[in-house]
Ligand binder design. Structure first.
Ligand code: NDP
Length: 337
């Protein structure tokens, strides 16, 4: 059993030495338990938060403990009456080959699924985040302008496509021309702006001639600085993530723009609302899964995922996720069915 543990807490951006690969024996399932083998491991930005101590909505990973993570796993051996060898489940096995489970918190997957990895992306947590954040907090209306950053990523790619289904004008923000081409040509966004461009804020303003009605916040940083003056009266800002700040070790350099933010929220009566998907919307999962499954099957939502081979490559792939190296939902193929 190979497992990747937290070797040290990162200062700023994580480095390969913050992780350590270990080998242990394969655990034995006791009565009422079964052995799970990891097929796919999801890599997600929230894992950066779990590597640090400090207040958050979830406990940090302890030093020398296995990194957390959602997985698609196969039942290998079972002493449980309701699970048998070959069953496929959505689990939280973390960055390792094998775990034992008694079934608590697992979601069964259809073993004949053609693309089981999608249960970690568009049909799972990131797709659910896009769906609830946009539809419940964003409340998109026909003809409105929606801006979303990390536009080709797991959440952003779905936000923009749902907004198109709702008849909105969608402007993506992504890192680099290649990603922007994907957003427009493959995902059907109306425009996409490269946040690395010198004149990013001017380009964004030119792409939003009627201002911004919904900004789906995934990143923060200078993207948010560009968005703020363009927000319309009664705009909605689902506050989903702030990936540009996850490696920060102190507050960003001034000038202090906090009062600019609060003044804009006040005079334009803007709603900005943070959410943590399963804490806030867990009871809506069934409704989401049914709707998204049919949208994907009907080709209304296109799926973008990047699958990398090998558990040993998870640290590099994760470090790259925080630098924008991925395009689409990042998944590690740990084993094969
Ligand atoms: P992505 O697949 O979008 O990957 C992360 C992307 O973030 C990178 O590819 C990069 O895209 C972008 N990025 C990284 N650094 C910066 C930066 N400094 N400035 C601008 N963009 C940057 O990840 P997810 O779709 O899984 O997650 C997107 C956001 O949603 C994250 O902030 C995450 O924490 C949040 N989230 C929140 C949840 C909740 O419950 N609130 C649940 C799930 C996710 P590019 O190269 O295009 O800039």
């Amino acid at each position: 059993n190979r497992r990747i543990v937290l070797n040290s807490r990162p200062q700023g951006a994580p480095k390969p030495s913050d992780f350590r690969m270990e080998k242990t024996s394969v655990p034995e399932p006791a009565a009422g338990e079964f052995l799970l083998r990891t097929i796919y491991l999801s890599l997600d930005p929230y894992m950066r938060g779990r590597m640090s101590e400090g207040p958050s909505y979830a406990e940090p990973v302890a030093l020398d403990e296995v990194m957390v993570g959602g997985t698609v796993s196969r039942v290998e051996r079972s002493n449980h009456p309701e699970f048998e060898e070959g069953d496929l489940v959505l689990a939280n096995s973390g960055w390792q080959d094998y775990t034992v489970s008694d079934g608590t918190g697992l979601v069964r997957l259809d073993p004949s699924l053609k693309h089981p990895s999608r249960a970690l992306g568009v049909l799972g947590m990131p797709g659910f985040t896009a769906y609830m954040g946009l539809l419940d907090i964003g409340q998109p209306q026909l003809g409105e302008t929606v801006v979303v950053a990390a536009a080709t990523g797991a959440v952003g790619s779905v936000v923009g496509q749902i907004a198109k289904l709702k008849g909105c004008r969608v402007v993506g923000v992504a890192g680099g021309e290649q990603k922007c081409r994907v957003a427009v040509n493959e995902l059907g966004f109306d425009a996409c702006i490269d946040h690395h461009a010198e004149n990013f804020a001017e380009q964004l303003a030119a792409s939003c001639p009627r201002g911004i009605d919904i900004y789906f916040e995934n990143v923060g940083g200078k993207v948010f600085d560009g968005v703020l003056p363009l927000l319309n009266t009664k705009a909605r800002v689902p506050l989903c993530g702030l990936i540009a700040h996850y490696n920060d070790t102190e507050l960003p350099p001034g000038p202090d723009r906090l009062s600019l933010l609060t003044k804009t929220l006040l005079i334009k009566r803007i709603k900005m609302q943070g959410f943590i998907i399963f804490e806030d919307y867990g009871s809506h999962y069934g409704e989401f899964a049914k709707t998204m499954d049919s949208w994907v099957n009907e080709g209304k939502i296109k799926v973008r995922e990047e699958i990398r081979e090998g558990l040993e490559n998870a640290p590099d792939a994760f470090i790259g996720l925080l630098e924008g190296n991925n395009s689409g939902k990042l998944v590690i193929q740990v084993g094969h069915l």
